[in-house]
Structures are given as C-alpha cells and as structure tokens.
Design a protein around this ligand. Structure first.
Ligand code: UD1
Length: 423
C-alpha cells in the first residue's frame, strides 16, 4: 500500500505572498447547519479540504444534495432528511461530524449519531454536548457506541458549561435556534468560528444575542430561511503562514489576516520582538528571525493563545536563541510533534503538559511523520529551512486542514513535491 508524503529540498530562499483560504472550522459547522431547515443554500469561500469532502459524504448520507459550483462555492439543497442516523464509518473519520446531532434534533426532534471515538490528541469526550441537549429536554441514551436523542419538543433553558467547548457550544446553538422559548448558554466558547456560525444563522432569521461573548441568548423561532453566506478566512492557516514569514526573515507576506481573530498569537510574537504592518488584510514583517527573543506561551480557550497554533509556534521557538516554554492546557497528548521536531535537530524536552524549547541554529533534514494537521504543517516549515532532503509522511493530516499547501509554497520558489511512499 502507498500513502502520500511531501519531499522537500530545504535551505532555499523563498519569497512572495501566501494567501489564506476560508476557515475549515467555520465551514464545517455552517455546512452542518443547513440540516436545520429545508431549502437551497449557497456557501462561498469554502476551503478545498479533505474534511469538507468527509463531511459532504456524511451530509449526503442524511439526505442533503451537495453540488460544488466552482472552486470555493457550494450549493446545498435540503429537501428533508432521509436518514436520522450518522454512522460510525463516517463519524470516526472526523470528530466534527458529531455536530450533526444538534441540527437533526432541531429539524426532526430525533437523531442517532455514532460516538466519535478516540483521537490522536486525546480522549475528547462529548459529555458537554449531551448535557446541553438534555437541558433542552432531549432524552439521551447511549447504546452500542451510538448516542440516541429524542424529544417531543425542544424547550429553551439555561445551559452552563463547565468548560467553554467549541463543539458543544455550536451543537447547542444549532439545537436551540428553533426551540420553544429562550436558551441561555453561559460560559459559551468565544472562538471567531462560533461568531461566523451565529452570523450565518442570524442571516437565516435566527435570534441570537451576545455573539462574541461568553453568554449567548437564543430565542427560538418557528422557521428559518436558507441563505447565501461567505465563510470567514482561516485564522489558524493565517497564523501558520505568519510563522513562515518570520522563519524566512519577512520575505513572505500573508494575505487574509484578521488581527482581531488571532490577537493573542500576534501579541505573543510582538512580545518576542516581531514587528508587523497590516494593510487591509495583508500582513508583512521586516523582523529577522535572529532578532526574536524567547517567550512563554500557554494555550487557552479564545481569546487566549489558540491550541491549534501551538505546534507552529513551537517550530518557530526552536529557532529562537534562548529557552522558551509552552504549556498546553486544552488537549492531552498534543506534543506528538515534539519527537519529530527533535528528529530534525530541535532541542525540546517535555514534562506532562509543559514543553521547554531551547533554540538551535537551524533544523537538519530528516524523514518525519505528521501526527496531526497543524503539526504536519509545522514539519513542512521546518523542512523548508533545513538543508537537504526532508520527507514528511502521512500528509493526509495536512490535507485535512491546509488547501494546496505544496502548490502555494511552490509559487514562492520552494522545492516541495507530493510523492507516494510504500508502507
Ligand atoms: C475545536 C476545533 C479544534 C480546536 C478546538 C479547541 C473544530 C472543528 N475543531 O475542536 O481545531 O483545537 O476546538 O480550540 O472546530 N471536551 C470535553 N467534553 C466535551 C467537549 C470537549 O471534555 O463534551 C474537552 C475536549 O476533550 C478537549 C477540550 O474540551 O480537551 C476542548 O474541546 P472543544 O473545545 O470541544 O474542541 P472541539 O470542538 O473538538
């Protein structure tokens, strides 16, 4: 059997502009939200990613008709759901599939969705999602690896999350928009992708107050109306590209940056000595890598430092003289890129959820393995800087979250190609 890998000949100068695609983590819940109401939807600025393909298959199995209109736009037609069951086969590939539960409950008052199962970056339970549904009057039963939910009527209520889970917040919002009465979500996640989902739902006629805050107030409505919507730019891809711009001494500019969406990340880089100019949505830096100072970063729910930018930040810190520290508080096992970066000459030690990174002059080329999508992109960046040939295996992870990464990098002059390797 063969799988795809990137072969990179690093150590070359690269320069130009990297353009950020639409946000995966906003596109996924917005696609899912079209389950809530019948009609025809047009979604624009949708990234071309493996996760979108996976979700499309799941939504089609439930009865939606999905057509790709052009490179980044889709038509989704909901003529009613043909199935109320999301199977293990389709859910296991991507945890975000569990988001179909809220919309199916909103539409049909009934759903059977496979538990997502384990995941490389931690156990990732769905207890908070279920607690939210139960508060709205849904009777939950877990049977043979499936969550079954049913109710005669969804009734608005107060939902207080112990932790601001992104997925649980989205699932409960989607269940609540057509519930009877008012739902209040306290300690809601505040990630910008949740604002994007809310803005989409509001465009459909949903009544949501407090968007962007930790307290959402959703007044259920009888009917929603399908609409056309353009997905926000991907702030995690933007952050990854900003790391690339610093690793290459400012020779790369990044188009599609909304500073507000990654304020904590950009201010951490400024604390390290980086200076940025943002004109419209294009970010440039004149700061050289050698000017950066070490720092300490702790991942937190938004507006804190995003866990999804932890591995790109660590890759950058590997090249900063002195000792930096990263504490991961969102996911267990999210340091799987550490041994891979160390294979490339990095000097990183970990103790539980803490990583200590001592700067090196440069990475050295090696054969490595992507452990998740962000980690995979980080290894690609390291490979571009290392002299000689680096192979990054298991790039299906990278394809889940970065659109045409190698093609975008080739346009900057990078020597990177997609190859097949036997396993
Ligand atoms: C989303 C993002 C992911 C990002 C993460 C945190 C999508 C598709 N994915 O994932 O890229 O890394 O937010 O910013 O948007 N938890 C529970 N019980 C629950 C739900 C979550 O204990 O019911 C825990 C998880 O195990 C994890 C933490 O809460 O440790 C954060 O999870 P959550 O915010 O739900 O992340 P996701 O929605 O899965």
């Amino acid at each position: 059997m063969s799988i795809e890998a990137f072969k990179i000949i690093g150590g070359k100068k690269i320069n130009g502009e990297l353009s950020v695609e639409g946000a995966k983590n906003a596109a996924l819940p917005i696609f899912v939200a079209t389950l809530i109401e019948k009609g025809t939807y047009i979604l624009k600025n949708v990234p071309n990613l493996r996760d979108i393909v996976t979700l499309t298959k799941l939504l089609e199995s439930l009865g939606l008709e999905i057509e790709k209109l052009s490179n980044h736009s889709y038509k989704i037609v909901n003529t009613g759901l043909k199935s109320l069951e999301a199977s293990y086969d389709l859910v296991k590939k991507m945890r975000a599939s569990f988001l179909v539960m809220g919309p199916m409950l909103a539409h049909e008052k009934k759903a059977r969705v496979s538990l997502p199962g384990g995941c490389a970056i931690g156990s990732r339970p769905v207890d908070l999602h279920l607690k939210g549904f139960e508060a709205l009057g849904v009777k939950i039963n877990i049977d043979h690896g499936y969550v079954e939910g049913e109710t005669a009527e969804l009734i608005g209520n107060k939902v207080v999350f112990d932790f601001p889970s992104v997925g649980a917040t989205e699932n409960v919002i989607m269940a609540a928009v057509k519930a009877t009465g008012i739902t209040i979500i306290e300690n809601a996640a505040r990630e910008p992708e949740i604002d994007d989902l809310c803005n989409f739902l509001v465009k459909m006629g949903a009544k949501i107050k407090g968007i962007g805050s930790g307290r959402l107030e959703i007044e259920g409505v009888k009917k929603l109306y399908p609409c056309e919507y353009s997905i926000m730019p991907d702030r995690i891809v933007a952050g990854t590209f900003i790391v690339a711009s610093l690793m290459f001494d400012g020779e790369i500019s990044v188009k599609g940056v909304v500073r507000d969406h990654i304020e904590s990340f950009i201010s951490k880089l400024e604390e390290m000595g980086a200076e940025f100019e943002i004109e419209g949505d294009v970010l440039r830096t004149k700061t050289k890598l050698s000017q950066l100072k070490p720092a300490k970063a702790t991942t937190m729910p938004h507006p804190g430092f995003p866990t999804d930018l932890q591995s790109p930040m660590m890759t950058l810190m590997c090249l900063v003289d002195g000792t930096s520290e990263i504490k991961e508080t969102i996911f267990e096992n999210r340091f799987m890129h550490v041994p891979e970066l160390n294979r490339m000459g990095a000097n990183i030690s970990t103790d539980a959820n803490m990583a200590r990174v001592t700067g090196i002059k440069n990475f050295s080329s090696a054969e490595v393995m992507a452990s998740d999508l962000r980690a995979g992109a980080s290894l690609v960046l390291a490979g571009l800087l290392a002299e000689g040939e680096t192979i990054v295996n298991r790039i299906y992870h990278v394809d889940r979250g970065y659109e045409n990464l190698e093609i975008k990098l080739q346009a900057l002059g990078a020597n990177i190609e997609r190859i097949k390797v036997e396993i």
